[in-house]
Design a protein around this ligand. Sequence first.
Ligand code: TYC
Length: 112
Amino acid sequence: MNVEPICMSQDTPPEDGVDLLPRTVEKTEKPPLYKVLLLNDDYTPMEFVVHILERFFGMSADAAHGIMLTVHMKGLAVVGVYSHEIAETKVTQVMDYARRNQHPLQCTMEKE
Ligand code: TYC
């Protein structure tokens, strides 16, 4: 939080008595957002990717199928945008689940 004096009127007498104290402007910065990306590979089954998108990203079967095909054809796609902590959790959940099922699926995050 930044606190900026707007009117420092200490060395000149206040004209109307209103500016005895410096006014402040509070600048609240929005937390940065992070894109979660799913990467294509030649081995992870399509149904497994669809399942991941439904399970961890709350997508409908249709949306998940569409995004999976986008990743398959284009090489990668953004599958969600979150705060740093949530994005990190999603990446960990996907990577752990893929690894446990012995698929090489890769999921990463990057600042928006
Ligand atoms: N390319 C994979 C296949 O043909 C399917 C796939 C889609 C893999 C999306 C990963 O993120 C991915 N079986």
